[in-house]
Ligand binder design. Structure first.
Ligand code: 5GP
Ligand code: MN
Length: 327
């Protein structure tokens, strides 16, 4: 770890203008890592541009600096260094992939075991709870002085990627990192309330539709559900407004594997996978062109038929692996 992070630091020292890029369909860890690393780089004397090629979900607009995140545009000038955070493969950064193709010096900072090492310098460590926790270690090495906004933004990703300190990626280092950031001014109650308690009533109606679609198979060890584009349109919501339902499916007592599919547009859905104890969902995600962690992964499913039909192949693969598991 020390050698990798030192190489990352040397690249940063040589650069002046840094583009910090997160992944499409951003979550709390992505937004936290992009913003806190950009804030830290600025304090370190660099010009930093936070960038994510996707709409930022509205629940994050209450956080500092989020309005500074840029979507891809041809007006963004070429940086001397691009740092990709929380993304396991280059297709995850949307149109910013173009900058990598042009050969601009690049770094990846990521905690996904499925990372494809697509930058010049790769600091990949799946033992970290979150990319945000890696950012904290990097900024400490850089001797960056934290103010309360930076502490808050850095805390955000650690809290969200651990399901608010509940998942199996939580160890003592997570609590130490969180405690350090709280001492520096992060407000845990603000983060929890802003992320968890700002739902629109339409999201609950949509949840009712998702509950209606639940199927429980493989001796009740596998729960899955989906929402179509029409379901989202009926409640004037988009798939970005409806996250977390896959966790509800996993919370069913007998369930080991949960799958939730959201149709983003005709012929394309995002599939989220979760497991509880022993099943490696990242193998399923990789088989369908995606990636992630052992207990939380995802991929994009493209199809010509309808969504329910397209899901059959994925459902069968999970069902047959569950039947063969000796656990
Ligand atoms: P979620 O189900 O919440 O979208 O994602 C769960 C995990 O899988 C996250 O760590 C996320 O980065 C990863 N993931 C989700 N979708 C994709 C995808 O299409 N490709 C890759 N490589 N990873 C994904
Ligand atoms: Mn993450």
């Amino acid at each position: 770890m020390i050698r990798r992070v030192n190489s990352v630091l040397s690249c940063i020292q040589e650069a002046n203008n840094v583009l910090v890029v997160g992944h499409i369909m951003p979550d709390g860890d992505c937004i936290s890592s992009v913003v806190s690393l950009s804030m830290g780089l600025e304090k370190f004397g660099k010009i930093a541009t936070p960038a994510i090629d996707w709409r930022i979900p509205s629940s994050f607009s209450a956080f500092p600096w989020v309005e500074r995140i840029r979507e891809y545009s041809e007006e963004i000038s070429e940086p001397d260094l691009i740092i990709v955070v929380d993304a396991s493969s280059p297709d995850r950064i949307g149109r910013f992939e173009e900058f990598l193709r042009k050969g601009i010096p690049s770094i990846v900072i990521d905690h996904h075991a499925t990372n494809t090492y697509f930058a010049n310098e790769c600091w990949v460590d799946a033992s970290y709870s979150s990319a945000a926790q890696m950012v904290l270690d990097l900024l400490k090495l850089m001797d960056v002085e934290y103010d309360s906004d930076l502490a808050l933004m850095n805390y955000l990703g650690i809290a969200t990627d651990t399901g608010f300190f509940r998942y199996s990626n939580v160890d003592s280092s997570v609590f130490e990192a969180a405690a350090e950031l709280v001492k520096l001014g992060a407000d845990p109650a603000f983060v929890a309330t802003t992320i968890l308690e700002t739902r629109k009533i339409e999201e609950l109606f949509l949840e009712r539709d998702a509950i209606d679609n639940i199927k429980l198979i493989s001796e009740n060890r596998f729960a899955y559900s989906y929402l179509t584009m029409r379901d989202f349109e009926r409640h004037s919501l988009t798939e970005d407004d409806f996250t977390g339902f896959v966790g509800e499916l996993r919370s069913i007592e007998s369930v080991e594997v949960a799958l939730f599919a959201s149709e983003a547009c005709k012929g394309q859905a995002h599939v989220s996978l979760r497991s509880k104890r022993y099943f490696d969902v990242s193998e399923i995600a990789v088989a369908f062109g995606g990636g992630g962690h052992q207990k939380a992964s995802g991929f994009t499913l493209n199809y010509e038929s309808d969504l329910k039909e397209a899901l059959r192949e994925v459902v069968e693969m999970i069902d047959s692996r569950l039947r063969n598991e000796t656990n």
